[in-house]
Design a protein around this ligand. Structure first.
Ligand SMILES: Cc1ncc(COP(=O)(O)O)c(C=O)c1O
Length: 343
């Protein structure tokens, strides 16, 4: 998809020259023996950045979430999450398939739910005939809601609720870096409220592969075992970890540029009569919009014919995601292409 302006996702980026150099020069070893110095360095760096005792490099965001949930639960347990959570919508039914657990869904507003909504869903310990509530899960930023940020006060309150009911608290922080850059709240300040966190290196940060999960030493020891059992033990993975390390060290603060690009598209599109953008949801690097009577598939096909790639989220909703491989000039071009098609 080389000559396209590709706004389908922030996962479409390709490693920069500098990142490729870091990968090429990485010192490697057998990570299943814990002898890959670059993987070890990435895990130590990520643990520190997230303020956790330990971290583990995993192949993807899905693997990160699912390994965490598996460690935190037993078959027959239940995880409370938002109805549009990635773990419910886009992880191939893995909570049930891999861990024998079910999800209990909360109807959030812009991806955010409150302790008052969650408390009535927590099942009483005495109810042996029900699934056992074990985990509350939060996604920050929230993908399907359009990159929305969960306010830190809400996270604190949910964490207190989890403690009160002796539940674990898991963060799907695939894009925690975007939330952090936008709010000025450090990743560790978010992560400290959670027992486990999963954070992607291969989205806005621009690495080709990988996520990190973090938690206590005991948690990561168990996660290490689960990852291996699921075929996720990689050998000379330092080549990939080097890209992740480069991404964490160089590509976090620049995410702000992506947020500016998203706001630019959102404001322009929202001024076109037939297009509607929920401007309250444009908080980071995503823009969700609807098209009134225009057919979504036709619109996407015409965009493609004109060199612009977009995707859909919920039915009838079009998604544009900004990232480090799209320039401001291309953003203006994308707006022009859309105007030409709908006006
Ligand atoms: C919020 C969220 N969590 C997890 C994932 C899964 O990441 P991966 O595609 O690396 O498995 C994604 C991917 O888009 C995501 O948006």
């Amino acid at each position: 998809m080389n000559n396209f302006i590709d706004l389908r996702s922030d996962t479409v980026t390709k490693p920069s020259e500098a990142m490729r150099k870091a990968m090429f020069n990485a010192e490697v070893g057998d990570d299943v023996y814990k002898e890959d110095p670059t993987v070890n360095e990435l895990e130590e760096y990520a643990a520190e950045l997230l303020g956790k005792e330990a971290a583990l490099f995993v192949s993807s965001g899905v693997m990160g979430n699912q390994v965490c949930l598996n460690v935190l639960t037993q078959p027959g347990d239940e995880v409370i999450c938002e109805k549009d959570a990635h773990i419910f919508q886009y992880e191939s039914g893995s909570p049930a398939a891999l861990s024998g657990i079910q999800l209990s869904l909360v109807d959030g507003v812009k991806g955010v739910f409150t302790p008052e909504q969650v408390e009535p869903l927590i099942r009483p310990e005495s109810a042996y005939y029900m699934a056992r509530t074990k985990v509350i899960e939060v996604e920050n930023t929230h993908n399907r809601a359009g990159g929305t940020i969960n306010p830190i006060e809400n996270i604190k309150a949910l964490s207190q609720l989890a403690k009160k009911h002796k539940l674990y608290f898991h963060l799907d922080g695939a894009r925690i870096w975007n939330a952090s850059v936008e709010t000025g709240i450090a990743p560790s300040e978010y992560a400290k409220h959670f027992d486990s966190v999963s954070c992607c290196l291969s989205k806005g940060l621009g690495a080709p592969v990988g996520s990190v999960i973090a938690g206590s030493k005991d948690f990561i020891k168990e996660a290490y075992r689960v990852r291996k059992g699921w075929g996720g033990g990689m050998r000379q993975a330092g080549f990939l970890a080097a890209a992740g390390l480069y991404a964490l060290k160089n590509n976090i603060t620049r995410l702000k540029d992506d947020h500016i690009k998203a706001k630019t598209i959102a404001e322009k599109l929202n001024s076109i009569p037939c297009i509607k953008v929920d401007m309250d949801c444009v908080q980071t690097n995503m823009v969700m919009f609807t098209l009134g009577k225009i057919n979504v598939d036709d619109f996407l096909a015409k965009c493609k014919d004109n060199g612009l790639l977009l995707s859909t989220g919920k039915v009838g909703v079009i998604r544009a995601v900004t990232h480090l491989d799209v320039s401001m000039e291309e953003i203006y071009k994308a707006i022009k292409i859309i105007e030409k098609i709908v006006l």
